[in-house]
Design a protein around this ligand. Structure first.
Ligand code: GLN
Length: 558
């Protein structure tokens, strides 16, 4: 007898009351618990905005743009899934209103709807369901095997006009895949107010009411609160929201985000989830034990490091989320807690030494001097680049550990050309088209005349040029490196021999040997730059090599 094909299971996570209460971390943590049951877990993030992808969205407004292997420029929550579940997602794992509508409109123009009126229901909602089923089945763990469970996170908060077609699609989806194969989590907020710290349930009652009005009945509630949810409060939420009391969980403040999965597990979520979806709950779950070890290790880091981040959006850590995560991961590796000291690049130039910004100038330079290491992350546009160059020069001259990522490599090379080779006015053509010494130039992979789609995006191979370099040691003796890119400009190949003769080493290049991927500096403890973005592939237990190099050098220098 043939065994029937095992059905795919879906876990939908929606949110209410407020955005930014940790829905992404909750959803990823549920994914970790499912993975710890021996299941292959994948994820889809739904973003109900009209942009096709996050590529054109300002990091200032929306947080960083996360880059995938396939070049997808996506919401930063996909980074959470990759890091927590150790998977590799593709651009289709981020479903946006823009993508759904353009697919349907394209088909309408082709005449595929045969004279019918094309409508949100059923055409848009069908497109969402088909997309979800197709993408959920794609392997994301490198095994080539179809996943067992797909976590679907619905962005925004329920009740927004924008998310309505997705909520409706998910309502229909439960009948398409069978009620026994899908369950709904709703993440809500329980504010704690007053001197006695009363936990208020009303916002949760309202958001669940809204969800029910849209036709979705939550199976589980995760209540975000600063303090553990009291038994009486759980009971109250359960009766007002018509959710089994054993399905109401407290997600209170914990010392680090890895505790979220453990906290939910201790409240019985794994048992209830496996009952609801008819999953086997193994008695031993080594992955969960590893996760517990990691959460405890992170609580007990006994060293401390300060890294100065010299950037443009320094007020908002979400703009550099993956870089911060990668620093933290490298810190765990060496037992070091990470302090990030934010430096606004704009105020580092000598024109601010006196006048109204003098205090900022002095304070920002003091941060750089006092830091154990300096990091210049990626960026676009010329605001702050002169300041970034001065920060890299300071590190180059004083031996302070330096890591430059993408733009951080480019400005270090430009500064070297100006300061060591004496090429006055050396620059990137991104910032000065008429520069007499174009040190960083536009090098599209395809057309030189068409701007559209000319960004070098996604995973590309870097070949190390020698074993005698930090990169070889840090990357564990591999001569071939695969990392993710997001840039248009590169070091001008015509200048490489002069730069090398003066001590700047180009130890990693692309497969053609034309594009400079990694720089190091002769005689410096750690002066390292990458044209690629190593932060995107960092994992809590597999930190990114360039970051490990920075942290090790910074600890050595303490
Ligand atoms: N603006 C630079 C370029 O396009 C650097 C990009 C980046 O840092 N991601 O090449």
């Amino acid at each position: 007898m043939e065994t029937p094909l095992k059905a795919m299971k879906y876990v939908v996570v929606s949110g209410g009351v407020l955005s930014g209460i940790g829905k992404g971390v909750t959803a990823s943590s549920i994914g970790v618990l499912l993975k710890s049951m021996g299941l292959r877990v994948t994820a889809i993030k739904i973003d109900p905005y009209l942009n096709s992808d996050a590529g054109t969205m300002s990091p200032f407004e929306h947080g960083e743009v996360f880059v995938l292997d396939d070049g997808g420029e996506v919401d930063l929550d996909l980074g959470n899934y990759e890091r927590f579940l150790d998977i590799r997602l593709g651009r289709d794992n981020n479903l946006t209103t823009g993508k759904v509508y353009s697919g349907v409109i394209e088909r309408e123009r082709r005449g595929d709807y045969l004279g019918k009126t094309v409508q949100v229901v059923p055409h848009i909602t069908d497109e969402i369901q088909e997309w979800t089923e197709r993408v959920a089945a794609q392997s994301t763990d490198g095994s080539g095997e179809k996943p067992d469970v797909c976590v679907i996170e619905l962005g925004g908060t329920v009740g927004d006009i924008e998310s309505a077609p997705f909520v409706e699609a998910l309502r229909q989806f439960q009948f398409r895949v069978g009620r026994e194969n899908i369950c709904f989590f709703h993440v809500s907020l329980v504010p704690v107010i007053g001197v006695v710290g009363e936990q208020k349930t009303k916002p949760t009652q309202h958001t669940v009411k809204e969800l029910r009005a849209a036709g979705l009945a939550p199976d589980f509630l995760v209540c975000r609160s600063s303090t553990p949810l009291l038994a009486g409060v759980k009971e109250k939420i359960s009766s007002f929201c018509h959710v089994d009391p054993s399905h109401v969980y407290s997600a209170h403040d914990v010392p680090n985000i890895y505790h979220v999965a453990l906290m939910l597990n201790e409240q019985g979520i794994s048992e209830k989830l496996s009952e609801r979806l008819d999953l086997k709950l193994p008695s031993s779950r080594p992955l969960l034990d590893d996760w517990r070890d990691m959460a405890e290790r992170v609580d007990n880091l006994d060293k401390e490091l300060t890294i100065a981040m010299v950037g443009k959006y320094t007020g908002l850590s979400d703009s550099y989320l993956s870089v911060i995560k990668a620093l933290q991961h490298a810190g765990f590796n060496s037992g070091a807690r990470m302090n990030i000291s934010w430096v606004e690049a704009e105020y580092l130039t000598p024109d601010h030494e006196e006048g109204e910004n003098a205090a900022r100038y002095a304070a920002d330079w003091a941060k750089i001097r006092e830091a154990d290491g300096v990091l210049v992350p990626g960026g676009f546009g010329n605001r702050g680049i002169e300041g970034k160059m001065l920060a890299s020069r300071y590190c180059r001259e004083t031996g302070k550990p330096y890591l430059g990522i993408c733009l951080g490599l480019q400005i270090a090379v430009i500064d070297f050309a100006r300061d060591v080779l004496g090429l006055e006015g050396a620059n990137s053509t991104e910032f000065d088209e008429a520069t007499p010494h174009p040190t960083v130039i536009f090098m599209p992979e395809g057309s030189r005349t068409h701007m559209g789609g000319t960004m070098r995006l996604g995973s590309r191979q870097t070949n190390l040029q020698t074993k005698d370099c930090d990169a070889f040691r840090l990357y564990g003796g591999d001569m071939e490196i695969h990392e993710r890119h997001r840039h248009r400009y590169e070091v001008n190949p015509d200048m490489v021999s002069d730069l090398e003769a003066a001590g700047l080493r180009f130890v990693g290049k692309d497969t053609e040997g034309e594009r400079m991927e990694i720089i190091e500096l002769t005689g410096h403890p750690y002066f390292f730059g990458t044209q690629y973005h190593p932060e995107f592939k960092s994992r809590p237990n597999r930190p990114s090599p360039p970051f490990v190099g920075l942290i090790e050098a910074a600890l050595d220098a303490q």
